[in-house]
Ligand binder design. Structure first.
Ligand code: MN
Length: 310
């Protein structure tokens, strides 16, 4: 997994961090009863999948050793050098801040504090991977604790993931938070989306095939078309914020076209606008004007087949 995503990874270093962590955590268990080491391994796997460097993956393996075991920062520095020691120290410090309110101003202050504390941005990425792995295994905690951790994830960590442009991480954190803090809402949405997907499957497949053949005809052979991934939390938030029913939110079928260059982005946009009429006021050029987190892409809404908005 490490080498697939980063061919220059220093496997010797990662292996050394692995053995250090195995030794340090050897007598610990997680709430699930499983060996504790599965948690740092899970965190390191998330980081490896994001293609992060060997120092960050090693930090993932070591991130709980100083907080939870007899290992010290000095020891980490001797074994792994100052860069990894500083990162482990940063993650440990963030873990020690206690955060106890979901008041927005407080949450914003806390997020600023985390950003300021981590001189190295990789520290925050390790912390986010740590939280993601904890959220993925949260079913082993008591239900009251699940709700508290899910709320903290929504208040602090998913906005940080958003700010760093780590959108897949943000989505997974938010959907897991919703699932464990408001299960009745989450499972209702899952059922509604599944039903709607089934109803719309043919339409989605047809439009996707039309986009694909348009791309092929115009020489965009490397372009990748996929249906927009479902994000239950954002559907939930829109319904709450605008007080709308599910049907009003989930009426637009989304597609994403991924190409190799900026020029091709605009080329594909032109192609889509020549296939279907664009809806006025719905075009957004986040390439020329990126979002605050540097996100860049083009968004548009068109009137697709059968007059449906796509
Ligand atoms: Mn941890």
């Amino acid at each position: 997994c490490v080498q697939e995503n980063n061919s220059k990874a220093d496997l010797t270093l990662i292996e050394k961090a692995f053995h250090f962590s195995v030794d340090a955590h050897q007598h610990q268990k997680r709430s699930s009863g499983e060996p504790y080491i599965l948690h740092p391994i899970g965190v390191a796997m998330i980081l490896a999948n994001f293609g992060l460097d060997s120092f960050t993956i090693s930090t993932g393996l070591l991130h709980d050793t100083v907080e939870d075991t007899l290992a010290t920062i000095a020891e980490i520095e001797t074994e792994f050098g100052p860069e990894i020691a500083a990162m482990v120290d940063g993650v440990t410090k963030i873990s020690k801040i206690s955060f106890k309110t979901s008041e927005e101003k407080q949450a914003e202050n806390f997020r600023k504090m985390v950003l300021a504390m981590a001189k190295d941005i990789r520290v925050i990425i390790v912390k986010l991977a740590d939280r993601l792995h904890n959220m993925r295994t949260i079913q082993h905690l008591r239900p009251e604790k699940q709700v508290v951790i899910a709320q903290e994830t929504l208040d602090i960590y998913s906005p940080l993931a958003n700010r760093l442009g780590l959108s897949s991480l943000q989505r997974e954190l938010e959907d897991l938070s919703l699932r464990f803090s408001k299960p009745e809402i989450y499972y209702k949405l899952v059922a509604q989306v599944a039903k709607r997907m089934k109803e719309r499957e043919k339409y989605v497949n047809d439009v996707q095939a039309m986009i694909q053949s348009g791309l092929d005809d115009h020489g965009y052979s490397n372009a990748e078309v996929n249906g927009r991934p479902k994000h239950f939390y954002s559907i939930h938030r829109k319904m709450e914020k605008r007080n709308l029913m599910f049907d009003h939110i989930y009426d637009i079928t989304g597609f994403r076209v991924v190409v190799d260059s900026l020029e091709q982005c605009y080329g594909v946009l032109g192609l889509i606008h020549s296939l279907w009429t664009p809806v006025p006021g719905r075009f957004k050029d986040y390439i020329a004007i990126p979002k605050a987190n540097f996100y860049q892409s083009l968004h548009t809404t068109v009137v697709g087949p059968q007059g449906e908005k796509v």
